[in-house]
Design a protein around this ligand. Structure first.
Ligand SMILES: Nc1nc2c(c(=O)[nH]1)N[C@H]1C(S)=C(S)[C@@H](COP(=O)(O)O)O[C@H]1N2
Ligand SMILES: [Mo]
Length: 507
């Protein structure tokens, strides 16, 4: 520790890992699926060629992406530590770059909100402070003239360096252990999730549903890219064995069910498109999945709703509430307490162990994740969370259509251009999708097949275009004869309207 660069390298290493440990702890306390390092690992996985990824997956033992990133991180921390010897601020610049990388990786993750940046900020602050703390002591030690080395003043200052370094090491270790403890519930739930509910079947996409247009959204939305909307900063982590749901309020018989009692009632399975009221025209807050769950209609019938009840106030473990028309849960449309999505137990993010889904309604009035309480009541007596935020009391999903190919701003060869996308009118079904190019006549697109009226439908149409700039419009008509209005409205209070348009250039 005389003038050695090794001491600085070690300080850099210490500060770096203290920051990572702090970020890890913050992420685990927030029940995030990914901490900053995990997010970078996922991002790297996304970049790697798929055969490398599948080869790596087949190699037994733990994934080596994360150890690889940690090793690379260690090298960077050492370099930054050594730079700290020359300047207090150079390592901070490095930490800013690392934080930006971690932040970008987290925001790339499906379902990330800006809250996910909190662990990155915590990690950055701890890294910077730890480096300053240890670095200042080290600087004081190495500022002593050569003849003082090993002298009493030198020894006193060395003690200080060791003390501060020791405190940082212990604190980082403690943060790491605490993070592991905090993450235990999530890990237990993840291992519990591997035992599937017996009767859940795998999705079998109807052969005629897929039009197989390159670049169009998959008919069945993979779980990893299914949109996520949450209000809670900390997602609930609930074990199936601890879960119960209570049906009460304006009923003749209160019902309380455990997870085992729920699935014992037998499963119902169907395809369903779920859309968010906050989806903009052309947006992607909509997905289509195979849901397995227990029908609500017989459950509510067993509870026996009283005369005058018209709503079910649903409450989630995180305190989120929503109000669903009692009729929508009892009119045979297939409202259910879902336990699986696309043949797999729900992910924690999508509401494990049980969530509600109701065909034909926006998620904000129906699709309660981590649902634990159903109170039969009256709309006039309740103020569910979204209503409190200015969304309408009732939220039937509006008929909508979207152009996915060509993408807005794309350049394509002129001649024949395939325009394709998706349209949905859950609860009613799509009758017709029309496309208009450059203000010309509307032409009906070819529609894919659908297993029921609750799923979206793929559509495509080949159009002839000259070289130049073009604008395409799409509009759908549902099976009740309602055509989408051209009038554009905001998502608030009850869902956006308007025709989706895309501009492209052909050469
Ligand atoms: N507990 C809880 N459930 C919730 C929400 C929420 O914030 N908390 N968001 C709702 C909204 S607005 C929608 S659109 C759907 C989205 O479900 P997903 O995140 O599984 O796609 O969940 C609904 N259920
Ligand atoms: Mo939503």
């Amino acid at each position: 520790m005389r003038k050695s660069a090794a001491a600085w390298a070690f300080a850099g290493l210490l500060a770096g890992f203290a920051g990572l440990a702090a970020g890890f702890l913050a992420a685990e306390l927030m029940n995030l699926r990914l901490d900053p390092v995990g997010a970078v690992a996922e991002l790297v996985h996304g970049w790697l060629p798929s055969d490398v990824v599948s080869w790596a997956r087949d190699v037994p033992g733990p994934s080596f992406t994360t150890p690889g990133i940690l090793l690379l991180g260690a090298v960077v921390f050492v370099v930054l530590g050594r730079l700290a010897r020359r300047s207090r601020w150079l390592p901070v610049v490095g930490y800013v770059v690392l934080a930006a990388l971690g932040g970008l990786a987290l925001l790339e993750a499906n379902g990330a909100s800006r809250w996910w940046l909190l662990p990155v900020v915590v990690g950055f602050v701890v890294m910077t402070l730890a480096m300053l703390l240890v670095g200042e002591r080290l600087r004081r030690l190495q500022a002593l003239p050569d003849q003082d080395v090993y002298g009493p003043a030198w020894r006193a200052r060395r003690r200080e360096v060791l003390l501060v370094a020791g405190v940082v090491t212990v604190a980082a270790g403690f943060a790491f252990v605490m993070a592991r403890v905090a993450g235990r519930d999530l890990r237990e739930v993840e291992s519990e999730r591997r035992t599937k509910v017996r009767e859940v079947t795998a999705p079998d996409v109807p052969a005629d549903a897929r039009l197989d247009v390159d670049g169009a959204a998959a008919w069945m939305t993979p779980i990893g890219s299914f949109y996520l909307v949450d209000t809670a900063v900390v997602r609930p982590v609930l074990r199936a064995q601890d879960w119960t749901v209570r049906i009460h309020g304006m009923v003749t018989t209160e019902i309380e069910l455990t997870f085992a009692q729920l699935v014992d009632r037998g499963l119902h399975e169907d395809w369903m498109t779920l859309a968010c009221v906050q989806n903009e025209v052309g947006g992607d807050l909509v997905g289509n999945a195979w849901f397995s769950g227990v029908l609500l209609e017989p459950l509510l019938a067993a509870a026996g709703p009283l005369e005058g009840a018209d709503a079910v106030l649903q409450t989630a473990e995180d305190g989120w509430t929503c109000g669903t028309p009692l009729a929508a849960m009892t009119d045979g449309r297939g409202a259910m307490l879902a336990v699986a999505m696309n043949g797999e137990p729900l992910t924690v993010e999508h509401g494990y162990p049980v969530r509600t889904v109701v065909p034909g309604l926006y998620g904000y009035v129906s699709a309660t994740k981590w649902v634990v309480d159903l109170e039969v009541t009256r709309f006039e007596d309740i103020t569910p969370s979204p209503t409190d935020q200015g969304f309408a009391e009732l939220g039937p999903t509006k008929t909508a259509s979207r152009i996915e190919v060509p993408q807005d701003g794309a350049t394509v060869p002129s001649g024949q251009v395939v325009v394709a996308g998706t349209a949905w009118a859950p609860g009613t079904g799509i009758e017709d999708v029309e496309v208009q190019v450059d203000g010309g006549p509307w032409a009906s697109a070819t529609l894919g097949g659908v297993p029921n009226v609750d799923t979206w439908v793929q559509w495509k149409l080949a159009v002839e275009v000259e070289p130049g700039e073009h604008a395409v419009l799409v509009r759908a008509t549902d099976r009740a004869g309602r055509q989408q209005t051209s009038v554009a409205t905001e998502v608030k209070p009850d869902g956006a309207t308007g025709w989706h348009t895309v501009a492209f250039t052909s050469t």
